[in-house]
Design a binder for this molecule. Structure first.
Ligand SMILES: Cc1ncc(COP(=O)(O)O)c(C=O)c1O
Length: 383
């Protein structure tokens, strides 16, 4: 063959990587594979997403995992399994963006949307006979109420054996809760939170056991282009190595900090998740508390006095966060919707990172002392 021009030879030059044997899988930062590869095209699958999915399936105790670009795209992919006129049931207490998505999608797709309080027996009994999908988070956002997955699965199957029970497992995580083992058909999560753990990558995933459902979800992902990119898949897979260690430390710090908050007179009520060996084996990381009456309107000075708690939308990562559901996670709801759900301005969400617990307590002490000083000042001014 005629000697190639340097630019052609350079373009086709490759190392022989059959003998490289790296101890960690490299990033397959490529869109296409040769025709003899099982990977075909990165919009369908990629070694990095496949490895992440395999590791997640072990943790979720599922047969299949389908990774997605974000948690919201995981929810969207699941919703896309519904047909017009299907009946979707969601729990009342749910992430604000999910709530908005269900309302929009139900309208666009002609679904019937029913919102129930699935933490109560009355709410579960109200699941309609024509139900096609029941979707909920447990523990709930806000208030960390437990929804018994097994009870929901049982009553849903009685109403319609073909209906899907879907659990958003983002907050509990696969380390502490395995929805499929409790009778759910689908467990999904935002990997942007604890799986990533470092506030630097977005992702989501869906865990299922049923082959046909997995295939349908994979097809929907392929045609909609919702697969996780190789770089994010690699980062998430790397984060998974420390995931159990991080979760256990989040849990320990949460227990310590909750005990501290219990001693504060500015705190009226702390919301903690109830654990049990059948469903939620342990829970740590995110808690809610309610300011006592005198401090109901003091969220902003409290937040501003904290130095170790980041503000904003991210959470469930290595640094601690403070948020007000009223103006944050549930801001997209109207005031009357929030009030009906029991969300008021005095409700605070704390997400404990991996700082030293003594420093977190000192930071909270300082913030509470600031509030007391403001309250004292206001009392004097009003007298
Ligand atoms: C419970 C829950 N599900 C889903 C999502 C959406 O995840 P993402 O931001 O990765 O799209 C969030 C985001 O905060 C969440 O809290």
């Amino acid at each position: 063959m005629k000697k190639q021009h340097p630019e052609t030879a350079a373009l086709h030059f490759r190392i022989d990587n059959s003998e490289t044997h790296p101890v960690a899988t490299p990033i397959y930062q490529n869109s296409a594979f040769t025709a003899d590869s099982p990977y075909f095209y990165t919009r369908k699958s990629n070694p990095n997403s496949v490895e992440l999915e395999g590791a997640l399936a072990l943790l979720e105790k599922s047969k299949h995992v389908i990774s997605t670009t974000t948690g919201m795209s995981a929810i969207m992919l699941v919703l896309q399994q519904l047909k017009p006129n299907d009946h979707l049931v969601i729990n009342q207490y749910i992430y604000g963006c999910s709530y908005k998505l269900f309302q929009r999608y139900a309208k666009q797709m002609g679904l019937t949307l029913t919102i129930l309080d699935l933490s109560t027996e009355t709410g579960r009994e109200a699941i309609p006979d024509d139900v096609a999908m029941v979707l909920f988070e447990t523990p709930t956002n806000p208030f960390l109420k437990t929804i018994p997955i097994q009870a929901v699965a049982k009553i849903t199957a009685q109403k319609n054996p073909n209906a899907w029970v879907v659990v958003d497992n983002t907050w509990a995580t696969a380390l502490f809760q395995n929805p499929l083992e409790c009778g759910a058909d689908i467990s999904l999560a935002s990997a942007t939170k604890y799986v990533s753990g470092h506030s630097d990558v977005m992702g989501g995933f869906i865990a299922v056991n049923e082959d046909q459902l997995a295939d349908d979800l994979l097809q929907t992902r392929f045609y909609s282009g919702a697969i996780l990119d190789p770089n994010s898949a690699w980062l998430l897979r790397r984060s998974l190595h420390t995931f159990p260690l991080r979760m256990r430390e989040h849990l320990r710090i949460t227990q310590r900090l909750s005990a501290y908050l219990n001693t504060r007179e500015e705190v009226e009520k702390i919301y903690l998740a109830e654990t049990n060996p059948e469903q939620l084996r342990d829970y740590g990381g995110i808690i809610f508390f309610e300011f006592s009456l005198a401090y109901q309107d003091y969220y902003v000075p409290f937040r501003d006095a904290l130095t170790l708690f980041d503000t904003g939308t991210g959470m469930a990562c290595v640094s601690s966060m403070v948020a007000q559901p009223w103006s944050g996670s549930h801001a997209s709801l109207c005031d009357h919707e929030k009030t009906a759900m029991g969300i008021n301005r005095g409700l605070v969400r704390l997400c404990f990172g991996l700082e030293n617990e003594a420093d977190l307590i000192a930071d909270l002490e300082h913030a509470f002392a600031t509030l007391m000083a403001i309250a004292r000042h206001e009392t004097i001014a009003n007298d």
